[in-house]
Design a protein around this ligand. Structure first.
Ligand code: HEC
Length: 120
């Protein structure tokens, strides 16, 4: 009887409890503070290679439309090219989230066709 009861508990109660816990957020992008991110981006020297608006220069273009956060943080921690690595002791995870929020906040440029000088 005890076996049957515990069996019933496992097949009915546990799934019911699980169903009540909210699904984890599908996005892995943490919420960051774009204003602080902008400051860090220049204070930590990212701008020296990537430009003040992250438009690229010696380094890659990072915005608008930055790569996914997981790829972004992985690259900053363990770059595979010319870029120096930034460990979490230099740029914390929170600061990384703030930089990412700043990159996300950078607007798309207007289409070239909307600029009169370029459509002549
Ligand atoms: C000394 C120059 C330099 C500095 C400083 C620098 N980067 Fe880079 N970064 C690069 C270069 C060059 C690349 C292109 C790939 C490579 O050669 O590593 C790159 C690539 C990246 C990429 C990958 C882009 C992609 O599309 O794959 C990310 C993300 C990035 N940098 C973020 C940062 C952040 C955030 C900082 C500041 C904490 C920073 N970088 C500071 C030179 C730099």
């Amino acid at each position: 009887m005890r076996f049957i009861l515990s069996f019933l508990f496992v097949v009915t109660v546990i799934p019911a409890l699980k169903a009540q816990t909210p699904a984890p957020a599908t996005s892995t992008t943490p919420a960051g503070n774009a204003q602080n991110g902008k400051k860090i981006f220049s204070n930590y020297g990212c701008y020296q290679c990537h430009g003040f608006e992250a438009q690229g220069g010696a380094g890659a273009r990072l915005a608008p439309r930055p790569i996914a956060f997981t790829a972004f943080s992985k690259y900053v921690r363990q770059p595979t090219g010319e870029m120096p690595p930034y460990t979490s002791r230099v740029v914390s995870d929170k600061e990384l989230a703030d930089i990412y929020a700043f990159l996300q906040s950078i607007p798309q440029p207007p289409p070239a066709s909307s600029i009169p000088l370029l459509s002549k």
